[in-house]
Design a protein around this ligand. Structure first.
Ligand code: HEM
Length: 181
């Protein structure tokens, strides 16, 4: 995955455990600043090694760490240079999710080699969404659950997210929520 994802992982580990913990992780994996270049594409296997090492240090399972990272990513992207594109993507949970492909299309235009996911809203009723996630990658269900939870947090919504169906290249998520107030 793009180095920008590795950078977000580093920031999460920094915030939770401090710089020493990240440096120890880099040493263990024999990586350094070269593996953290925002605009470079790295093998997904390296990204998953970083997640696994971070999980061990955070005392989480890999799935729990992917979830935490998904949640973190929404906060990470909500700050700094990515914050305006996040703002334009939507002002509430339903509209944000329906515009996610547009967000990835916009960032993907400047990121050759990015393999971006696709999200479709199959049902949109008050307090209820059914969202289809499609990807050519496998194994990111917990990451997507964390991202969706992060989006609920962003819009101060409360509720439950469940997996309705797992296909070969897609997962259906059922989101039941209440907006703030
Ligand atoms: C400004 C905000 C965002 C940027 C810049 C961004 C950019 C990216 C990039 C660069 C990748 C990796 C592609 C690759 O290396 O092949 C990616 C993957 C992904 N993004 Fe985003 N993204 C953003 C927000 C979001 C949000 C809010 C979600 C919430 C659902 C999301 C869901 C995903 C997922 C699930 C993947 C994994 C790719 C896969 O499933 O194959 N992204 N994104």
């Amino acid at each position: 995955m793009y180095g920008m994802i590795h950078r977000a992982m580093r920031q999460m580990v920094h915030e939770e455990l401090g710089e020493e913990a990240w440096l120890a992780l880099e040493q263990k994996l024999a990586i350094g600043p070269t593996e953290l270049l925002t605009g470079m594409v790295y093998d997904d296997a390296l990204t998953m090694q970083i997640v696994a090492e971070a999980a061990a240090r955070l005392n989480l399972s890999v799935e729990q760490c992917l979830f935490a990272f998904g949640q973190y990513w929404v906060r990470f992207a909500g700050q700094g240079s990515l914050s305006s594109i996040m703002k334009f993507t939507g002002q509430n949970l339903a509209s944000f999710i329906s515009n996610l492909d547009r967000l990835h299309l916009a960032v993907g235009a400047a990121m050759p080699g990015a393999r971006l996911p696709s999200f479709a809203t199959l049902e949109n009723a008050p307090g209820h969404l059914v969202v289809e996630y499609r990807s050519d990658r496998a194994g990111l269900e917990s990451f997507v659950l964390g991202l969706l939870q992060g989006l609920m947090d962003r819009f101060q919504a409360r509720g439950d997210i469940e997996v309705l169906h797992r296909g070969e290249k897609s997962i259906l998520f059922d989101i039941r929520y209440q907006d703030r107030g």
